[in-house]
Design a protein around this ligand. Structure first.
Ligand SMILES: [Zn+2]
Length: 499
């Protein structure tokens, strides 16, 4: 039988009017414990900034705040720290963004990949919070050590990490936030104000699982300031993200959508592919649909992240045991396997979407034949090749589906335009909510570009610099012969661009 402790109500009994008394006792216990073990608590820069409470190593909001400020002060080249809002009791919700800030883009000029990570929805799940902390810490340390993997990631990626979403619950050692004014669940007969379960408060089939009791989803979707701040950030800062990891603990499992339904998600092949990779090469951690791997759960940040934002999303349930030792190295050792999985997910961020690359294009009168290669590990439907003038679509191919990691050729007719440019328009993943992208095609990078009849196309290609004037006559002759114009080796051509 599976040990299921994360999302059950193991702490409901403590979240009542004895909460404050319990909190005072814990504070006393922290002070006593700190005095007793003080000689062994080496306050070095690398320590997990935690203190022992009930066999947990408890990281207070203040300790985290101090450490984040130190990280930011010491590493302005890669760390940006900001507050994205306040908890119910007014504590700041700290957002850490890690990237190589000497460049706004990747070295090749493309936009950096975006990854979103949060921890600490549940205030008593310290190992979940610890894994978010450790992930940030690992990239900061390894960047400073010149580790090539960390350098590559930070040059090409922005890591947005919110380590502690529920600082009030964290400091009170309770699952919920400390909004005790609202009936936790308006649908149960005798609502008791126990604080709200933030990971039931998102606007995705809110409170729509049965039974809803004993969970405490709040008075309505996004009734809590913590979840509102988190969703606002997703919608305003990381809407381009291709990975969202939300960190919990209590069970050792990774959960992908859905929690609401037992069905596999539309992008099942992406999730299953990741499972194969992780289980084959990194860790035996079980990876399942959340509804089946845990139990039905609604209004979670995971289902919101996938169902509303369209991110590939995992809930990382870090461990089935909260106990942990004192230093960064020990946290690292304890959570090393989980960190390895995180590094794999981060290193391969490029692949967690459909990523269409046009390989070849040939135009024969009004007929366009093209080959498109999906480099990503997600499929896409409703993709089109378009010919546009500014944002006006002059022509588009028939809709096509492109399966993950595969290539296909298509022909569409009705093309009789010039003066425009080509782009691919498609959704990054199959789920309806996934982002649409319009990606302009650099015709000079095509493996093959052929046109059999249209002089105007050649002139257009010359005008945009894809074909130098010196090659025009040759290309025109070649196109009349209906032979492919190989412009793959564009190193010479680029040097001869007209402008
Ligand atoms: Zn949890």
């Amino acid at each position: 039988m599976q040990k299921i402790t994360d999302d059950v109500t193991k702490n409901n009994s403590q979240i009542d009017d004895r909460l404050f008394a319990g909190y005072v006792m814990r504070v006393v216990a922290i002070i006593l414990a700190t005095l007793i073990v003080a000689p062994t608590l080496v306050v070095a820069e690398q320590n997990w900034p935690g203190e022992p409470v009930d066999n947990h190593i408890f990281m207070s909001y203040l300790a985290l705040t101090q450490e984040l400020k130190d990280w930011s002060d010491d590493n302005p080249d890669i760390v940006e720290l900001s507050s994205i809002g306040k908890s119910y009791l007014g504590r700041e919700l700290w957002m850490l963004v890690l990237s190589d800030w000497s460049n706004e883009t990747k070295i090749n000029g493309d936009a950096k990949e975006i990854i979103y990570i949060d921890g600490g929805h549940h205030g008593n799940e310290y190992l979940g919070t610890a894994l978010a902390w450790l992930t940030a810490k690992w990239y900061i340390n390894e960047w400073n050590a010149g580790n090539q993997e960390a350098v590559d990631v930070l040059q090409n990626t922005e890591l947005h990490i919110l380590i502690m979403l529920n600082p009030d619950g964290n400091d009170a050692d309770t699952r919920h936030n400390l909004n005790l004014t609202t009936a936790a669940n308006p649908l149960v007969s005798e609502p008791v104000p126990t604080g709200i379960d933030l990971n039931r408060n998102y606007d995705h089939f809110w409170d729509d699982c049965s039974p809803s009791d004993p969970f405490a989803p709040g008075s309505g979707p996004f009734s809590e300031p913590e979840t509102r701040a988190n969703a606002d950030y997703m919608n305003s800062h990381v809407q381009d993200a291709d990975l969202y990891i939300t960190m919990h603990t209590g069970v050792w499992i990774m959960l992908y959508p859905w929690g609401k339904w037992p069905d596999q998600p539309s992008d099942w092949e992406l999730f299953h592919g990741i499972r194969e990779d992780v289980n084959g090469n990194i860790s035996d951690i079980p990876i399942q649909n959340a509804n089946q791997g845990l139990y039905p759960n609604c209004g979670t940040s995971r289902d919101y992240g996938y169902g509303v934002m369209g991110f590939p999303t995992f809930t990382f349930e870090t461990d089935d045991d909260q106990f942990l030792l004192f230093t960064f190295e020990d946290v690292n050792e304890r959570l090393g396997e989980e960190l390895d999985v995180m590094r794999y997910l981060i290193n391969n961020i490029y692949y967690w979407r459909a990523r269409l690359v046009l390989e070849s294009l040939s135009i024969d009168d009004d007929e366009v034949t093209f080959t498109v290669n999906n480099m990503g590990r997600a499929s896409t439907r409703n993709a089109t090749l378009q010919y546009i003038d500014n944002d006006k679509v002059l022509w588009e191919s028939e809709n096509f589906t492109s399966n993950a990691s595969s290539s296909k050729s298509l022909t569409s007719n009705g093309f009789e335009f010039d003066g425009g440019e080509w782009r691919l328009s498609y959704q990054k993943r199959v789920v309806h909510s996934s982002q649409w992208v319009n990606e302009t095609i650099d015709i000079a990078k095509l493996k093959s570009y052929t046109t059999s009849s249209s002089l105007t196309n050649l002139i257009w290609a010359m005008q945009v610099g894809a074909i130098p004037l010196s090659a025009l006559a040759f290309a025109f002759w070649w196109s009349r012969e209906e032979k492919p114009l190989e412009i793959l080796d564009n190193s010479i051509l680029e040097a001869e661009l007209l402008d």
